[in-house]
Every structure is written in C-alpha cells, then in structure tokens.
Design a protein around this ligand. Sequence first.
Ligand code: NAD
Ligand code: DAU
Length: 357
Amino acid sequence: METWLVTGGAGFIGSNFILQQRRAQTARIINLDKLTYAGNPHNLSELRRDPDYLFQLGDIGDRPLLSSLLANQQPDAVIHFAAESHVDRSIRSPEAFIETNVVGTFRLLDEVRQYWEGLRGAKKAAFRFLHISTDEVYGSLGPDDPAFTETTPYAPNSPYAASKAAADHLVRAYHETYGLPVLITNCSNNYGPLQFPEKFIPLMILNALQGKKLPIYGDGQNVRDWLYVADHCKALRLVLAQGRVGASYNIGGRCEKTNLDVVTHICHLLDELFPQAPSVPHARLITFVPDRPGHDRRYAMNISKIEQELGWTPKESFDSGLAKTVRWYVDHPQWVESVTSGAYRQWLQMHYGADSS
Ligand code: NAD
Ligand code: DAU
C-alpha cells in the first residue's frame, strides 16, 4: 500500500478526502495539520484505531518538522490541502493567508523537492505532489461569459484568491525548474458534511435552525458553481492516479446557482423537516446586508478536460446533495457544538455585528 502525506487533513475537504480513502483502504495516510480554528481532529475520530492513519500536529511552514516527517515516513505522494480558506477573513486579516498559503506552500514545496531528489528508481518516478487550489484564481465572470478553462488568465480579486494564485505559480515553477512531478487542481465551491459554519451553506443552515437572520451579501445575485465534497474527493483521487504530470485540472459541479436561490432552497428543506418550527417559513429570516468588498460576481468551471482525459464527472445532484447536507447538520448537534466555540462566536460578532443573532 502507498503512503501519502496529506496536509490540512483536519479541515473540511481534507477530512472528507481522508475518510473516503481510508474507507476504501487506498493508502496509508499521515495527516499534517496545524489545527487552526478550521481544523477539527474530531472529523477523523472514526480512524482512532486505524493503524494506517497517523495524525501529526504541525505547520507546513516548519522546515525541520517537514524534513524529518518526509525522511521517516517516505511518502509516495504529498496531497496539499492546508490553507487559510475563508475569503472574508482574508479581507479582515490577510497576513495569515500570505504566511500559510504562500510562504507555507513554498517551504513545503522546497522540502518535498529535496526529499524527491533523494529518491531513486521507481519510487522517484511514481512520486506526485498534488496541490489543491480554487476557481477563485481566475477572478470573476460576467453573466454571459464562458466558464473558466485551464488556460483562463489568472486575475485574483481577494487576498485569499491572490495567495492561492501565488501558491499555484510556485507549484508550477517547481515543476518547470526542478522537474518536481506536480499536479494542480482548481475546484469550485464545495459543500457537504464537516464544513466549518463560517462558510455560506452551513452558516445558513445553522442560523435558520436557530431562528437567526440569514445574512445575504449585496443583492444575493452572485453566482457560485456548487460541487458536493465527495465528488471533489473522487476527482482528486483520479487526478493523483492518472493526471498528466505538470498539468492542471478544473473541477466543478456544472451547477450554477445564485446565493438567493441556495438560501431559499435551504429554507424550503427546513420548512419540510420542521413544519412546526417557530421560524416557518424560514425564508422570512433572509436579510440583505452590505456587500463583501471586491465580491466576485460569478464563477463557473469548464470541466471538459477532466471529463475527457480522466473520465470524471460530478455524480451528486444539487437537490440530493443539499438535502443530505441539511440532514447531516441536523443530525450532528455535537459536532456543531464542538466547532462553535468562543472564537467562532467572536468571529460572528466582529463580522456580522451585534445583531447577528
Ligand atoms: P478548511 O479551512 O476547512 O481547512 C484548512 C485546514 O488546513 C485546517 O484543518 C487547518 O487547521 C489546516 N491548516 C491551516 N494552516 C495550516 C498550516 N500553516 N499548517 C498546517 N495546517 C494548516 O479548508 P477547506 O475548505 O477544507 O479547503 C481545503 C483546500 O481546498 C484549501 O487549499 C482551499 O483553498 C481549497 N479549496 C476549497 C474549496 C471550498 O469550497 N472549501 C474549493 C476549492 C478549493
Ligand atoms: O470557489 C471556491 C472557493 O469557495 C474556495 O476557494 C474558498 O475556500 C471557499 O471559502 C469558497 O469561497 P466563497 O467566497 O465563494 O465562499 P463563501 O462560503 O464565503 O461564500 C459563498 C457566497 O455566499 C459568496 O458569494 C458570498 C456569499 N455569502 C457568504 C457569507 C459567509 C453571503 O451572502 N453571506 C454570508 O454570510
């Protein structure tokens, strides 16, 4: 069995990926995670007694730690999820985004390069560095623009997107300059179980369940291309196994929705699940609030390349994926309790103001 070093595996997509891969027993996994506010080891509690899963607390910017981890564990692949990931936080406090997404990715890449250069034969030839990135590097689309392709010029608009774009460029440069066998994926908005509730869909579900306001930025007509997280994880597995070294692949759901449509859909699902709730109809909780600065109007991914080259296509429909997601948050109050700590409440208070409840 291969050994993979996964970074940021205690976050939303990383933990879904690790659970999916360990259930299928595809690889032995070491999860390097700093456990920032967004990292939650409980996401992986199912793997407590799994001898082929190891958690390593640490920072991707810690070179001595990286060097000894790589030397001791001898991974066949590095799968790099670790990042500061929330756009609103990047607007308020960009520095952590530069530290982790740019400097951290650079240090990780450089340590991995040295490790890879020391490998020999088949192990060296088969080694891969898979970098997980975002559609936000491409900037914003107008209503009639064609979807982003892998050759769309980068035009990031938020500090988060700029930091991810910088990381993508470094990864690409490490392939061109040193020959490091890299793969890059750029994915659209994910949703599903285990997503930290600062992000749009879980925030709306949890606020609605508690009868709180549902804060929609601007006019609610911004469009995102939604993908169920399990589909993203399957695409990553495929890119790792069969992707062309040095290539990047767009991943998306072919599922463009306005924010207002998404919230309205969540409200209808909750009306059906809890017809007696005092907030029914939940849509009356919708509140328009001042827009996010530099708010990208529309994202849409052209996914022809991954479909044609690797045979991947999104499987979950938005209707079934959203229903499963709402159900998951309803059924996991303890998980919600464990992540909505004092620090989380401080963020809500600072970002949405005193009347956020
Ligand atoms: P997340 O914020 O839920 O998780 C990030 C994880 O990285 C956390 O466990 C955190 O503790 C860890 N981390 C942060 N800084 C670290 C550091 N310096 N060293 C080690 N670990 C650190 O993020 P997510 O939504 O799961 O996103 C994962 C990756 O996928 C990110 O690179 C993000 O840019 C990318 N992405 C996310 C989406 C999305 O919709 N969520 C879409 C496309 C791409
Ligand atoms: O597109 C991929 C990206 O998707 C990832 O790279 C990011 O890591 C991830 O956070 C996400 O970024 P967005 O900015 O698109 O996601 P967010 O959940 O923050 O917001 C989704 C949309 O909802 C966006 O148009 C802003 C809007 N929104 C968000 C919040 C938190 C609101 O209207 N109200 C809110 O309170």
